[in-house]
Structures are given as structure tokens and as C-alpha cells.
Write a protein that binds this ligand. Sequence first.
Ligand code: BDR
Ligand code: CA
Length: 347
Amino acid sequence: MAFGLTEGDRIVASPTFFPVPAVVRSAPLGTVERPLPLIIDSDPGLDDALAIGLAIARPELDLLAVTTVGGNADVRHCTENALRLLEVYGRPDIPVAEGAAGPLTGEVVRATAIHGEGGIGRTVLPPSTAAPRPEGAVELIARLLREASLPVAIAPIGPLTNIALLLRLHPGLAERIAHLSIMGGSIGEGNTTISAEFNIYADPEAAEIVFRSGIPMTMMGLDVTHMATLDAAAAARLRATGTASAAIAAELVEFAIERVGQWYGGTTTAIHDAVAVAHLAIEDLVAVARYNVRVDTTDGPARGRTVCEGLAHRMRRQGLEPNADVGIRIERERFEGILVDAFGRLP
Ligand code: BDR
Ligand code: CA
């Protein structure tokens, strides 16, 4: 035993040696009077499913579309899951469009060991009456950005392939993006490799394009999302709300706890993606600090690492500027309450 830790205690976030102070968030905040137009780009996905439900339930957000990307599972499964989830959540009118099946370059990486072959564990959702939009993810996002009367926020909660393609194909639309609230990366340790978090590892070249874009952004990495956990009691709280949506969310959480336990140990699961969505609706939920974030696109052991520089004097020496707010702290109990409340309000 050392430092007061008993055997089995887990350090949930990688501490940094030189802590960087929290700053005022730069992400726009939706309000009930003026909901924030939002597009979720996702690879549903157990935690993606909770993030999408949260976006629909929160009155501060106006979910314009869900676009899909190959990531946790094959993109065909992700698209079908998005359509079916929206049906369960009572919003089959929200358009879904399918995007990239794999990364800009390199090998396809999946997280089916955690999320199951089909992306949502053993859960079988009723079929949806809706179909994916024929134009595909990138063109749907482009059209919504062009047509929206207000700048639109995007929450990319899967690999960043679609967003990088959007920026390459429609560079002029970057200024129509109010903010990117990204789930991905880590100041500290990764989860897919010691260096890299899954969403960035799955397409580092795309991530590098996005982080270099100059668009205002927040990176919700593992440092903060590993604090945003649910356990079996939380799943029971979800189920006890009595809604069909919450029953499904509970089932997904229980599956995630089982799989995460098999791979990493422990009895909880982080609901990573919901943190990126919650940040746009709830002002003081996530504390952030300003960092310069670069992505390692080499082929070595650090491939996919988000190299996060937060110290002003080191940034100056290297000619770097901060390019992202990075999540550093979230209150777990409050986050759980927000999810339980949200799913209790869905059908
Ligand atoms: C991220 O990877 C995926 O498996 C999750 O859905 C989340 O977006 C966490 O590393
Ligand atoms: Ca995801």
C-alpha cells in the first residue's frame, strides 16, 4: 500500500505533473429560450446511445441530425443503430446520414470487443420506419451548416473522419461551425494503446486535420470522461424511471460494465460521449483548461496520441498557441443525475 491507496483502488484520471488551471469555457451554451443547434457525428455505440438520448431530452439543445461513421462497429450497424435509437427516443424525424466506413488512411480499427459486433451489445431494438438520407453524412452536415440561421455546434463522438472530409471538401463552411465538442484523446494514458484513445487512434490523420482547423473546440478526453462513470446502481436508477428509453439505456450500461470489467477490470463504465453533449447544455458541469493539442500521426508506439501542451512558457518556446479547451474535471454524481433525469423524460 502506498499513498493511502488500498489494493484494488483505481486512479481514474491520469494526473499531470504540472497542473494547468481551469479557465472559463469557450463552448457556446444552449438555453431553454435559445436552444443550441447541434449535429452529433457518432458511431453508436453504447455510450453514443446515451449521448444521443441526452441531446434529445435536454431542452437547451436542438438536435438537427445524427451522422454516422465507422468506429465502434461497422458503419452499417452504426447507421441502423442511430435510426432505431431515434425511433425509441420518439424522434424518428431527426435525419440520419451515413458517413465514412473507415479512416482516411491506414487500417480499420473497431471496438467490438467492448460494444459487441453490432455496436449496442445484446440489445435488439425495434426497426425504424425512417431511412438514412441519400446524400450521406458530409453533404448533410454541409447543407445544414449552409441553411442554418445560427452557427451550429457539432459533437463528434466517434472517429473524426467525416469532420476532416467536411473541412477538406467544404473549407468555407468552417466558419459556420459554432464549436466542436469532441469526445476523444487524452492528456494522459490512452485506452486503445498506452498512448492513444480509441476515437483518435481509429483515424489520427483525420484528427490532426480537425485539431489544426482553427475552429473553436473542446476536447473531452479520457482525463475527464473516466470520471463520468455509471455503475450497476445507476443502471437500476435509470430503469426505475420507468421509460422504455431508460430501460434500454440501463441494458446498454450493464453490458458496458460487463465488457469493460473483462478488459480493464472494475465495476463501472465511463459514459464518455455523453460528456461532450452535456457540456453544450450545462454551463458549469465540466471544468476545462486551455491546451495546444497536436496528434501523433507517426507509425510508432505513440500513433494517435493527443500531445497536449498546457504550460505557457513551453508553448511560447515552441511557437504554439492554445487550440482547444480540454476537459479536466466533472462531478460524477451530478452527471449521473443528469442522465437519469434525461432518460426519465424520454418516451
Ligand atoms: C470512445 O471510444 C468509443 O468506444 C466510445 O464510444 C467513445 O466515443 C471512448 O474512447
Ligand atoms: Ca463513440
